[in-house]
Design a protein around this ligand. Structure first.
Ligand code: ADP
Length: 265
């Protein structure tokens, strides 16, 4: 809180009033501090792949390029780092679009069960064979209004994480439940889990439980932050449940008006 004092004084010198104006600067300062932290994070996130690439390129220039074994490996590293930077910049652009006022979502009526099944099918094609998928989905269609592109990004991200952290032979379970006025979607894995104290923080921009490891896995640290914004824009909530060592479940809700659907049929 910032206070400005003005003293009201008569010609005679007597003070007969005092005006105190209080400004709530805490909110402003908080936003400013967050902005600064965000810029510092972005700079750091870009510097890490750039310095890695510089040293590998230096090594190549200094002779490793002649080495038939080293050269492809070093080029591979620089290529991976480049790709990660592109992902990072794309994620940043997505976030900055969402932060701007003219952010729009384009909702259409979609049967969520088919929509979700199609996404899972796509991952079923590319996943490693030792990972098992289990679907617990309603038999009947559930029509809701969503922005398909944005929700595809959200679900892609959650499934990618589940696969990334799944152990050998792990099961990934997909569930959709119809609740009162909403549907609840969950994606569970049997990976290493998230410590209790970090459960909410994983939705913050650039927050990672284990920075070095997730960077190695190619993450940007922005996926769940983007998911949170997009689910919020749909009027839903997103959160995580986890037991360390046992697995993680990411859950989100979306508004669902079952009566509206009845009117349709
Ligand atoms: P990243 O690009 O690092 O995966 P995310 O925003 O998608 O960024 O996730 C943030 C962090 O949350 C991850 O770095 C990881 O520490 C943790 N996390 C997310 N999903 C899982 C999961 N299924 N199992 C364990 N940890 C997870």
């Amino acid at each position: 809180l910032r206070a400005n004092f003005s003293v009201i004084q008569r010609d005679t010198g007597f003070v007969n009033g005092l005006i105190v104006v209080l400004h709530d600067v805490t909110e402003e300062e908080k936003i400013e501090a967050e902005r600064r932290e965000f810029v510092a994070n972005v700079s750091h996130e870009l510097r890490t792949p750039l310095t890695t690439m510089r040293s590998y390129l230096e090594a190549l220039a200094e002779g490793a390029i002649q080495d038939k074994e080293l050269a492809p490996r070093f080029l591979d590293v620089t290529q991976n780092e480049t790709e990660r930077m592109i992902r990072l910049v794309n994620d940043l652009l997505k976030l900055s679009k969402m932060d701007s006022k003219d952010y729009e979502i384009n909702k259409t009526w979609v049967d969520f069960v088919t929509f979700f099944n199609d996404i899972i099918d796509r991952f079923e094609m590319i996943k490693e064979s030792h990972i098992v998928f289990k679907r617990i989905l309603p038999k009947e269609a559930i029509f809701i209004q969503i922005d398909e592109d944005k929700l595809t990004q959200v679900i892609d991200n959650i499934i990618s994480n589940a696969l990334k952290y799944s152990p050998e032979g792990g099961r990934v379970t997909f569930k959709v439940k119809v609740l009162d006025g909403q549907i609840e979607v969950s994606i569970s894995d049997q990976g290493l889990g998230i410590p209790k104290e970090n459960l909410e923080r994983v939705f913050e921009r650039f927050y990672r439980v284990d920075k070095a490891r997730t960077r190695r896995l190619g993450g940007t640290g922005l996926g769940l932050a983007i998911a949170k914004e997009m689910i919020g824009a749909h009027g839903g909530d997103i959160w995580a449940r986890s037991v360390e060592g046992k697995g993680t479940t990411i859950l989100f809700t979306l508004p669902y008006d079952s009566e509206q659907e009845d009117d349709w049929s």
